[in-house]
Design a protein around this ligand. Structure first.
Ligand SMILES: *Cc1c(COP(=O)(O)O)cnc(C)c1O
Length: 367
């Protein structure tokens, strides 16, 4: 039996995608091979990567002057690649100034990694209130090489309700946990990147969408595999790309298109999130710890209203255990922040959210 999987990542994939992949496991497109067995340079694989890229371009409305790269190393490797390619010192030169917005654990990790290569300036932070909001009026300085944000903060459950003012400074965004969840104007960004395992497919593939003028500025010492120019000129095939992941992303995007594309998905995602947040607002025992204007559509965190720390721990432990027994799995909050979290990515049906609410209503009677 399939469960409702609220994991933050790797996370739920559409059942139809899994079934199609299963049906094609040993013989994809009449090639007599699994996609896993194909040479990445073969005529069998070429249409697969081309289809995945074309669908992503179509569904996200990616302008022609942006390259789409399928890389490895997760979003975490982009924490290094972005500064190495845009702001690191030349052999004799100066590190460049870069803006970071400190809105959570991943944003902090991105800034810490960048500080190894660039002159990081944290221009706004919500650390004072446990990252429960997005700072207002964040902006970059005109001299910065780029400005980095984490558009959806997966762990605490917030989302930027606006974009910082950057003028001509390229805006770089980690969109790991919100890619294709709602429309995004790609032309407002210099670089977008996402690990696939939240909303796109299996772990192991990282999507990078980069404006062409930002390619070609890597530090001269940069390893080949960390250079955007090499990946771009080789069509993501400088070395063996994550072939099977790219194939699954293609199937997920087929599914997304059949749902009506990103705008239609956004409607469903908004409905799902509204249902759950309004339940939390009316709940006597649980609440959302984040500011209303900054609520994430994808990762909804919640905590007991109870104040006694021992009782809180007991409730959380029992909640996660009993939910799992009821077929609602992976609801524990991130190990750094505790509490609970329901990740309701594109592939989580509204029925999953309804089942969670029904479980919680029953659970509340036991408190
Ligand atoms: C999951 C996540 C990461 C880490 O991704 P990896 O692919 O494991 O490196 C980074 N940023 C955000 C916003 C995430 O949700």
């Amino acid at each position: 039996m399939r469960v409702y999987n609220f994991s933050p990542g790797p996370s739920v994939l559409p059942l139809k995608v899994l079934e199609k992949a299963a049906a094609e496991m040993t013989d994809a497109n009449g090639t007599g091979q699994s996609v896993m067995e194909m040479s990445h340079r073969s005529g069998d694989f070429k249409p697969i990567i081309e289809k995945t890229e074309a669908l992503l371009r179509e569904l996200m409305g990616i302008p022609a002057n942006y390259k789409v790269l399928f890389l490895q190393g997760g979003a975490s490797l982009q924490f290094s690649m972005v500064p190495i390619n845009l702001a690191a010192a030349d052999i004799d030169g100066q590190k460049k100034k870069v803006s970071y917005m400190d809105t959570g654990v991943w944003a902090g990790k991105a800034a810490d990694e960048a500080a190894k290569y660039a002159d990081v300036i944290v221009r706004a932070s919500s650390k004072d209130k446990a990252y429960s909001y997005i700072p207002a009026n964040a902006q970059a300085d005109s001299g910065d090489a780029y400005c980095h944000i984490t558009l959806n903060n997966t762990i605490v459950g917030t989302k930027w309700p606006y974009l910082p003012k950057t003028g001509s400074v390229p805006l770089v965004a980690d969109i790991s946990s919100c890619i294709v969840s709602e429309p995004l104007d790609v032309s407002k960004f210099g670089i977008l990147y996402a690990g696939a395992q939240k909303n796109l497919g299996p772990a192991g593939t990282t999507v990078v969408i980069i404006r062409e003028d930002l390619i070609g500025h890597a530090a001269p010492w940069a390893p080949a595999l960390l250079r955007y120019d090499i990946h771009a000129s080789e069509g993501s095939m400088y070395n063996t790309p994550p072939c099977y992941g790219i194939y699954i992303i293609g199937l997920v995007l087929d599914w997304l298109k059949a749902q009506g594309g990103v705008p239609e998905m956004a409607k469903i995602n908004t409905q799902k999130a509204a249902l759950f947040y309004s339940y939390l607002e009316s709940s006597k025992n649980f609440l959302s710890p984040v500011e209303k204007s900054c609520r994430s559509l994808m990762n909804i965190t919640f905590v007991p209203r109870e104040k006694n720390p021992d009782k809180v721990k007991d409730i959380e432990k029992r909640f996660v255990k009993e939910a799992a027994a009821a077929g609602l799995v992976n609801l524990a909050g991130h190990r750094l922040v505790g509490g609970m979290r329901a990740s309701i990515y594109n592939a989580m049906p509204i029925d999953g959210v309804k089942a969670l609410i029904a479980f919680m209503e029953k659970f509340e009677k036991t408190l």
